[in-house]
Write a protein that binds this ligand. Sequence first.
Ligand code: WT7
Length: 649
Amino acid sequence: MSTISHDQDWVRRPAAAGEGTLCDAAEYEALYARSLEAPDEFWAEQAGRLDWVQKPAKIADWSYDPVDIKWFEDGVLNICHNAVDRHVEAGNGARTAIIFEPDDPEGETRHISYADLQREVVRMANTLKKMGVAKGDRVTIYMPMVPEGAFAMLACARIGAVHSVIFGGFSPEAIAGRVEDCKSDWIVTADEGVRGGKPIPLKANVDAALEKVPAKGVLVIRHTGGAVTMKDGRDHWYHELSRDVAADCPCEPMKAEDPLFILYTSGSTGKPKGVLHTTGGYAVWTETTFRYVFDYRPGEVYWCTADIGWVTGHSYIVYGPLQNGATAVMFEGVPNYPDHDRFWAVCAKHKVNIFYTAPTAIRALMREGEGHVAKHDLSALRLLGSVGEPINPEAWRWYHDHVGGGTTPIVDTWWQTETGGVMITTLPGAHDMKPGSAGKPFFGICPQLVDADGGVMEGAAEGNLCITRSWPGQARTVYGDHERFVQTYFSTYPGKYFTGDGCRRDADGYYWITGRVDDVINVSGHRMGTAEVESALVLHPKVSEAAVVGFPHDIKGQGIYCYVTLIAGEEATEELEAELRQQVRREIGPIATPDHLHFTSALPKTRSGKIMRRILRKIAENEFGALGDTSTLADPGVVETLIEGRRNR
Ligand code: WT7
């Protein structure tokens, strides 16, 4: 995989791209300037597209020292009303909100109109209330990619409950940790999920998690009809409990700074953090970014292939598109089932106009050849998007030439769970593109590159990416641990938000994300803390120490490389290797399965006992010539042994 970047390698936006788009180059410049010069006016105006119970008079009110972030503070609104009811009230109830495409291509496609959506969300909301859920309660949602997952999120928002969605690929251990951390008494799940024809035992996973932590109620949606055990008094079938609920449910008026959701994400240390987003700022940010980045036009079909378990699903399957009255495809399956053309078959079937996916999927499909693309009529595609990790120029070109027919613009959107929505991207009608570069800052975003000492770097430079001002969609805190929020994001460079990413800015002011500079790795667009994998490994009684690093992987972007030392007297066997893989899957989930387990008698340490990860990273990358200074190692001989071990695999 090449990471060479060619500054001069422009791809011009099609001449017609500016026509009819919301924003051409001059408008972008003007709006961007205004968003910085008059942020209150600018954001009051954007917020004006939403329905408010009480319009906000206070707009931005934030400080990074001490850290206290508020937007639209005296405003009152409900995001579910904005995503659902207001479209029905405006006479657009018959418009399609969600097109559901099941895992099985022979299965039933569902078209859910905004009126249907309203009915379904009300039913779910009243059922949650009937189970006992109240405003402010945390509700865990552990669901397959079916519309009921979105109904559950919107139902929580409707009644003022705080959702915490957990990706369906996480293990019972991971569920238990998250349920416990946010003290969530309520779970919404399904009997099973299906992906690529294989069932996923969601309810059984919840049962296993609830052996470790208590819950008051579990609402179970029947999806596959697979067998589950129901615990009396705790577990309720949705189709039974919802039977006689009322057909209306008012949207709870929420203060702008009332919590909307918690989403767990990995950092460089400790357990995953519950990133907290609040109502008003997140609503405005997702509505505005979706509108401009995807340049959505009424009637168009938009498809984001993410899972609702990640922030991309929250912001760009549910809240962004629906607040814009868009038609969004929700896909239950995987790109390679039943064959490698499934994405393109679905695009053709539903005449998708805007398609948003991850580089890892593009690379995997690219490997299978363009024949799979050529089989399908993709002429409806007008805009492509990429998200989750840096896209290498080859994959960008392939996506552009074969999927986009050589003309369709690509938006490479850089953002994070903590940013709530897109921060850096080109806009389709405003900017020419450079394959591999995310592009320019979105309205209101002030990126800054700083060196290791915090020195601000001007012009063309490469450094650590910070954001100097707040924006409406910014996370407000780590649930239950504000100090951790402050420490993680605002202490490295005081007074700035530190993203954890490295970045280069070229002479044209385009940003090129180079990847994480902390101990976070990005595996197939999934963010993982190396410390989490290490903790899982050392739980095994035969393991003494573990050090985990990322290494370049052709398809996944990064793979997981684990160095493991064993307790004296224990032997590295194939069984042990299998046990350790299993251990990580059990603790975290299949997405964290190690690619390499490298047993070693010692790890490179400084004389004070600190593991030198820089060296381990280089060895995992097969970069033996670039190990840097090894003179501070307690035992320099360790390095030779490790290189030897790496060469032999
Ligand atoms: C990390 C955030 C953005 C939602 C999905 C992931 C990396 C994300 C890009 C991009 C280069 C990217 C960064 C970031 N990343 N998008 N377009 N180009 N890198 O959200 O799990 O919070 O991960 O993903 O390293 O910090 P997340």
